[in-house]
Design a protein around this ligand. Structure first.
Ligand code: PHE
Length: 494
């Protein structure tokens, strides 16, 4: 067996793959309705501040930690400090959990892409979603197909699988999005009201709670705090300008999120469906299909393109999540990429079955069924990862760069590649990574938990599970991994 060199072949390949990870359901679906519900342009402003102050700094930190180690997150953290390796394990556990539920939603997008060709009366799409989501087989099959496509791409390797597919999928996604924006903005009556609903600035809505929402959204959307950027960073070399790449990923991600709202709301208002629910699962899988079905024949094409685009976005995101787990399996257990990708993919599939059932029965049809303390499994896991694990992981990444490695040394190392010039941003980065970003995350995290628990005491379970998982990662790490070789990218075999 010969060792092979793994990594992205080009800077643009890396940027597209990282953008593929970032652009996902978070942008095309969650961002638009969170914006409209939290003050429109005022929320966009807060979101951009979060991206600038937290997103950019955390992303540079993650890419840098990965790149300097050329290895999986555990080895990467070990390199900074041996006792910190367990944070790497969290960064591998979180993507695994997310894949399990993200895959279910990905399956939904595939199903709705296909079903956009069949005719369902606009008033009936609600029951269509219920029939689909409570079915015992079809959602599972859709999830299976969705995860299999993602796993298949990963089998091709970093360069020939992830990078190549991103180079095709990301430009396609963007072209479809632009087409949809132009189409939806020209639907006539209602477009302006739709835009107003989406973006009309309401500064009175700026509150602690909405800053929280903005920060959580920025994390999720930029794929921060879950290993993805660290792992993709580990596949880059000195030729990649970390600062410029980060800027491009953040700009592209934010642009796609903004544009998504320019398709959804004008279309909803133009088709006179503004009285339907305009958030959550219902927006995506009831209101929008109803919008498309009211567009007549063109609606079939627009509907298909829309869900196809969302499916592409979700696939490139799941690829990055699965790759985190795959990379670790390859390097720790010295197995082939094929095996290393199939094992987590299969496990995710099995775990996704109860999640799909719970979402259908308990979450959507609300007929009871599998749930965790009054949350459907998807919401429960989503909260565990988004509200606790991701902020904690991003916090640790900043502390590692700012204090463990040391901000000064870190910026020197970043610039030592000869490609990245931090310039005027250097002192700003040093201060932010040491103080501002971690503090911001900490405050928002504490206040976020506080407000959530106050609103629903069962939220303690979520917090408890999340910290329990962190403790479990620590135990596993110190018992089995700390003094063992956890591998590097050089361990990948053909
Ligand atoms: N960023 C993706 C989205 O916006 C989700 C994701 C998170 C993907 C973390 C990979 C890693 O939907």
């Amino acid at each position: 067996m010969k060792k092979k060199s793994v990594g992205f072949a080009s800077g643009i390949g890396f940027i597209l793959a990282a953008a593929g990870s970032a652009v996902g359901l978070g942008n095309l679906w969650a961002f638009p309705y969170k914006t409209s519900a939290n003050g429109g342009a005022a929320f966009v402003l807060m979101y951009i501040i979060c991206v600038l102050f937290i997103g950019v700094v955390a992303m540079i930190s993650e890419i840098f930690i990965g790149r300097r180690a050329q290895a999986n997150p555990i080895t990467a953290y070990k390199k900074a400090n041996k006792n910190m390796g367990f944070f790497g394990l969290i960064l591998i556990a979180v993507p695994f959990i997310i894949t399990c539920y993200y895959g279910v939603l990905g399956g939904y997008t595939l199903r709705f892409a296909i079903s956009s060709f069949s005719s369902v009366d606009a008033s009936m799409v609600g029951s269509d979603l219920i029939a689909f989501s409570t079915n015992r087989i079809i959602p599972v099959v859709c999830t299976f197909i969705f995860i299999s496509i993602s796993a298949f791409i990963i089998l091709g390797g970093v360069k020939d699988g992830i990078e190549k597919s991103s180079k095709i999928l990301m430009p396609s996604l963007f072209v479809i999005l632009i087409f949809l924006v132009i189409y939806c903005l020209n639907l006539g009556d209602g477009v302006v009201e739709g835009l107003k609903y989406y973006l009309y600035p309401d500064f009175s809505q700026i509150s602690f709670r909405s800053v929280l929402v903005a920060m959580g959204q920025a994390f999720f959307s930029l794929s921060l705090g879950m290993g993805a950027m660290m792992v993709y960073g580990s596949y880059t070399g000195k030729e990649i300008n970390i600062l410029k790449s980060t800027a491009m990923i953040c700009i592209f991600d934010t642009l796609v999120a903004l544009l998504a709202g320019l398709t959804i709301f004008p279309a909803v208002f133009a088709m006179d469906l503004q009285d339907s629910r305009l958030s959550g699962i219902v927006l995506m899988f009831v209101t929008l299909p109803a919008v498309f079905s009211k567009m007549g024949f063109m609606g079939k094409i627009i509907g298909f393109l829309f869900f196809f685009m969302v499916a592409i976005a979700a696939i490139t995101s799941v690829i990055s999540l699965l790759e985190v787990v795959t990379q670790f399996f390859i390097q720790k257990f010295k197995i082939s990429r094929k095996k290393a990708a199939m094992i987590p993919a299969m496990l995710c599939l099995v775990i996704s079955i109860p999640i799909a059932y719970s979402l259908g029965d308990f979450g959507i049809a609300e007929v009871g069924g599998l749930n965790a303390f009054g949350f459907d499994f998807l919401t429960f896991l989503d909260e565990i990862t988004n509200a606790v694990l991701m902020p904690v992981a991003a916090f640790v990444a900043c502390i590692t760069v700012g204090w463990v490695i040391g901000a000064k040394k870190a910026t020197e190392e970043i610039e030592a590649d000869g490609t990245t010039k931090l310039g005027w941003f250097k002192p700003i980065f040093q201060i932010m990574v040491c103080y501002i970003t971690p503090l911001f995350i900490l405050i928002v995290e504490i206040m976020g938990i506080y407000t959530s628990v106050k609103a629903n005491p069962n939220y303690w379970w979520i917090v408890g599970f999340a910290y329990g998982l962190i403790a479990l990662c620590a135990i596993v790490y110190f018992a089995f991994l700390k003094n063992k070789n956890t591998g590097t990218n050089a361990d990948e075999i053909d």
